[in-house]
Design a protein around this ligand. Structure first.
Ligand code: PAF
Length: 283
């Protein structure tokens, strides 16, 4: 596996390939990232991953400085998974000057849920992903990029961006990988104390319970079920931002409640101590 830092080196490495398969990450890789590499690899003629902790998607009070950086171990895992090229730019390689041109995703998708609680987050994500796509795919007839469903809204924002800008990139979705107890794998799980790690699975349990309650015959209205689900977590010491049932198509509340025939997803974000966890479940 080749490890490159600059955009020029990356483009040079990829020059003879026609359909890169790309997995962008912020590093501190877990089985979820590796599953994306395994899934994407057969879809392209060269497999590329990136590791870049993107300052643009962190608010000043968030964990940019402490985000785990484990490049050597990550490179080993990527190599073992069959990745051909690792793009690990320094900040000055990707942002040699302040990134003042940005991608602003449409607010009806990007200003709700995660975007509501993390203002500007999806501008930062869309901008870096657009730029990484430009580094990997510029001049290629086509390509494929893989994103995990764990970041459900992010996946949708990227799909729309690719569609709106007519980028010749197929977006693949990887299923959320979970620990044996059901906790969704996330680099931020490493922030949890042993006690918090035991408690953390309660987020996915609450989402499952909310999904079942919403689908039960004669269910109460969604708003009260969502409120109850948040209270359940709050009583256990969590600080929930949202637990909500939405349409998979656009993440808006289902018209006519959960009895709708439209495919739905239950999404949640909550803080356990200082660690903010997100998860979701398609129902
Ligand atoms: O999901 C992530 O790890 C990041 O948001 C991404 C897509 C690599 C952009 O920085």
């Amino acid at each position: 596996m080749k490890i490159v830092q600059t955009i020029a080196e990356l483009r040079d490495c990829l020059s003879t390939f026609k359909r890169p398969a790309f997995v962008p990450t912020m590093g501190n890789l877990h089985d979820g990232h590796i599953a994306l590499v395994t899934q994407a690899k057969p879809q392209g003629d060269v497999t590329v991953s990136s590791i870049f902790v993107n300052r643009l998607q962190f608010a000043p009070h968030e964990d940019f400085d402490t985000y785990p950086r484990t490049l050597d171990a990550d490179a080993e895992r990527l190599k073992a998974a069959g990745c051909d090229v690792l793009f690990a730019p320094r900040e000055k390689d990707l942002y040699p000057e302040p990134q003042t041109y940005k991608v602003h995703p449409s607010s009806e998708l990007a200003d709700i849920l995660e975007g509501h609680f993390r203002p500007g987050f999806f501008i930062g994500v869309s901008t870096v992903v657009f730029k990484l796509f430009s580094c990997v795919f510029a001049g290629k007839p086509e390509g494929v990029a893989a994103f995990g469903k764990k970041d459900y809204q992010q996946l949708m924002v990227i799909r729309r961006m690719v569609q709106q800008f007519a980028l010749p990139i197929e977006i693949m979705a990887g299923e959320t990988q979970r620990a044996p107890d059901g906790l969704a794998l996330s680099s931020r799980n490493g922030y949890l104390s042993p006690e918090q790690r035991l408690e953390a699975v309660q987020l996915s349990i609450a989402l499952k319970a909310l999904g079942e309650a919403a689908k039960a015959p004669g269910a109460a209205d969604l708003a009260s079920l969502e409120e109850q689900a948040m209270q359940t977590l709050a009583r256990r010491g969590w600080k929930p931002d949202y637990l909500t049932v939405r349409r998979r198509a656009d993440l808006q509340p289902p018209r006519g409640g959960a009895a709708t025939a439209e495919p739905l997803v239950v999404l949640g974000a909550a803080r356990l101590g200082t660690t903010r966890l997100i998860d979701n479940l398609e129902i």
